[in-house]
Design a protein around this ligand. Sequence first.
Ligand code: MLT
Length: 404
Amino acid sequence: MVKINDNYLKLPGSYLFSTIGKKVREFSAQHPDKKIISLGIGDVTLPLVPEVIKALHGAVDEMAVKETFKGYSPDLGYEFLRSTIAEKEYRTRGVNIEIDEIFISDGAKSDSGNIQEIFDTDNKVAVCDPVYPVYVDSNAMAGRAGDYDPGTGRWSKLIYMPCTSENDFAPDLPKEDPDIIYLCFPNNPTGSAITKARLQEWVDYSNRIGAVIIYDAAYEAYISEDDIPHTIYECEGAKTCAIEIRSFSKSAGFTGTRLAFTVVPKELERGGVKLNSLWARRHGTKFNGTPYIIQAGGAAVYSEAGRAQTKEQIAYYMNNAGVIREGLTAAGYSVYGGVNAPYIWMRTPKNMTSWEFFDYLLNNANVVGTPGSGFGPNGEGYFRLTAFGTYENTLEAMERIRKL
Ligand code: MLT
């Protein structure tokens, strides 16, 4: 008889945002008169910018004509998009990334969940704590995380790197050497950033011990301070130890349209094998490409007008971040993040657990956030709000929280 992958049975409950969605739906069904404001999942609220819409329409029209119709897209993505990314995301920052080091995909969530497939299941994985749950769950599904202990909220085989106010939410080098290291900066969930000097320490460390860093830079567009690196490849030696994952979701509002890319440098080798070849093989076998229409929309983000329009959106969300930071601070909360990232990380009041505060906020202010403990044991006692709501809802949410 068939045997299932019983690593799935070790996973606790459902995916964090599914649990939150369920709780909110239940509350809503019981209180149909209440207007709920969601600052929970980091989903954008502004429409795609005009320049992207124009490109999408143009691409749809091309699909209607025999001469310009497109079937399967190339394995790694269309060259027009990859060469634009190489130029606009990297060369302008003094980093040389070849176009065959860039893999277009349908999202940073898929890439960050799938990338572990090219590594042996015996590898030791290090994650920040708190952490975006996809890195942990995808390794657990592959059998690399060991067993889950509901008491401690930890997996037996993972190395946890605490990110707390004591270390400015940037992890210290672990005591035990890992093989795979997940870093996400600007960070989800804490909204913190890492300086170039500190990231360089991670690159040097990984090169020294032969580890690979999976660097999730999905929130790069939100960086506002000068000494924060926009790509890990700004650090010397990163091409021999780091894979970088980027996204159009938060930088250009593609959460519903799905577009991202991953960079696997050809210089990155382990055991005499280029990881670029492995990821290319995996991509070619399991992925049939992001639709042409979406890639055409993505390329429009890099036009002069597209850049200006998406910059305005980011400024809008960061203005919300400021409203949240100021609102919570004025209401007496300890607040972090929200300067180089669209997430605000706050301490829960009166020793409430993260989930107690979730229920309290939902019941009394009808505002939805994300419990910090959902991101790992060191997230307990914290709570995350996103800046991706509308300005009006963000103001109203702060007003309701102030009145509590
Ligand atoms: C979040 O709220 O953490 C993000 O929206 C999740 C994601 O990007 O998948």
